[in-house]
Write a protein that binds this ligand. Structure first.
Ligand code: NAD
Ligand code: TYD
Length: 337
């Protein structure tokens, strides 16, 4: 049995990871440490909550004593750090919690993992640490780190710290840098679920700037399979880019959602641009494909339809979210736009 600490496992990607992995493997015992911030939701984990290979602990990765207790009690040998503040717009409204959780929180985990001599420490990072691309080119693992938002700078700081622990202490670390994810259980502040839900509610669709910014979209299960593979087979000290070669302009995604839901383009509303808005992200994932044999399995065409259908079928899941504290954030973020 591999005892794995998964942090942030009640969020979008972490909960999909746990649900997927517990179905696929019986050699993992997963301890999920999550603070249950606004983005954490135990409803995402209903199908896993009674699994004997799974335990949930509500707590903060910044809590040294708790983290120490978990490593000791569960004899943790592997760590996957998904826990983070993850939304760029929120980082622009207030950056401090991003540096606390994403940087200092990662340090608490690293220090504890070092003391307990873990076998693998996988830091889940993002392509946003590379900054923004012009109209051509792709991010490779050797593209210089050049983050532009408080969010991406906090993730970049964590990446550099994780690499320093490899060089200084020989810690067995791995870093994955994935492009934009979509799929079930994504919090509706992010582009795709926000646009699906606003369309279903006949609300305006706020497009930042000219709508021509490009993101490289990957289905969440493809990301999670890559994370699992890197945990098992990745070379320590290395970075692995993860992406599905699926660049899309924001406006094209929005039009696709409108068309699928049979709604008209009059819902589209161009609003003030995001400050420091990165123009284009695009990932070269040939390293993980050539060295570890990973490749994306889901086509955008079918996985985006599955995702839209999931939001249609799981209305009560997102209605509970948008009727709560989220209203305050939405009004603050989209006022004066
Ligand atoms: P999310 O915001 O949906 O979930 C984050 C989870 O972390 C939540 O459950 C939250 O409660 C938990 N958390 C936050 N602060 C915590 C703390 N101090 N202690 C313990 N738990 C805490 O985020 P996500 O989209 O699932 O992203 C997961 C990871 O993947 C993040 O590290 C993010 O940077 C990275 N990533 C995300 C994307 C994407 O497209 N969403 C792409 C690449 C990388
Ligand atoms: P987002 O989902 O916030 O991911 P990230 O900024 O981390 O890539 O946004 C994806 C793209 O969609 C980004 O270019 C910003 C844009 N966007 C809008 O145009 N309107 C919105 O309301 C949101 C949330 C995002």
């Amino acid at each position: 049995m591999k005892n794995i600490l998964v942090t942030g496992g009640a969020g979008f990607i972490g909960s999909n990871f746990i649900n997927h992995i517990l179905k696929e493997r019986d050699d993992y015992f997963i301890v999920n440490l999550d603070k249950l911030t606004y983005a954490g939701n135990l409803e995402n984990l209903k199908e896993s909550e009674n699994n004997p290979n799974y335990v949930f602990i509500k707590g903060d990765i910044l809590n040294n004593e708790l983290v120490n207790y978990i490593f000791e009690k569960y004899k943790i040998k592997y760590v996957i750090n998904f826990a983070a503040e993850s939304h760029v717009d929120r980082s622009i409204l207030g950056a401090e919690v991003f540096y606390r959780t994403n940087v200092i929180g990662t340090n608490v985990l690293l220090e504890t993992a070092r003391r307990f001599e873990v076998e693998r420490f996988l830091q889940v990072s993002t392509d946003e640490v590379y900054g923004s691309l012009g109209p051509t080119g792709l991010f490779t693992e050797s593209t210089p780190i050049s983050p532009n938002s408080p969010y991406s700078s906090s993730k970049a700081a964590a990446d550099l710290m994780v690499q320093a622990y490899y060089h200084t202490y020989g810690m067995p670390v791995l870093i994955t840098r994935c492009s934009n994810n979509y799929g079930p259980f994504q919090f509706p502040e992010k582009l795709i679920p926000l646009m699906i839900i606003n369309t279903l509610n006949n609300k305006k669709l706020p497009v930042y700037g000219d709508g021509l910014n490009v993101r490289d979209w990957i289905y969440v299960i493809d990301h999670n399979k890559a994370v699992d593979l890197v945990l098992e087979k990745g070379k320590v000290g290395e970075v692995y880019n993860i992406g599905a070669t699926n660049e899309m302009r924001n406006i094209d995604i929005i039009k696709l959602i409108l068309k699928y839901l049979n709604k008209g383009e009059e819902l589209i509303e161009y609003v003030k641009d995001r400050p420091g808005h990165d123009r284009r992200y695009a990932i070269d994932s040939s390293k993980i494909q050539n060295e570890l044999g990973w490749k994306p399995e889901f086509s955008f065409e079918s996985a985006i339809q599955f995702t839209i259908d999931w939001y249609l079928k799981n209305q009560s899941w997102w209605e509970r979210i948008i009727s709560g504290d989220y209203i305050k954030y939405y009004n603050e973020q989209y006022q004066n736009k």
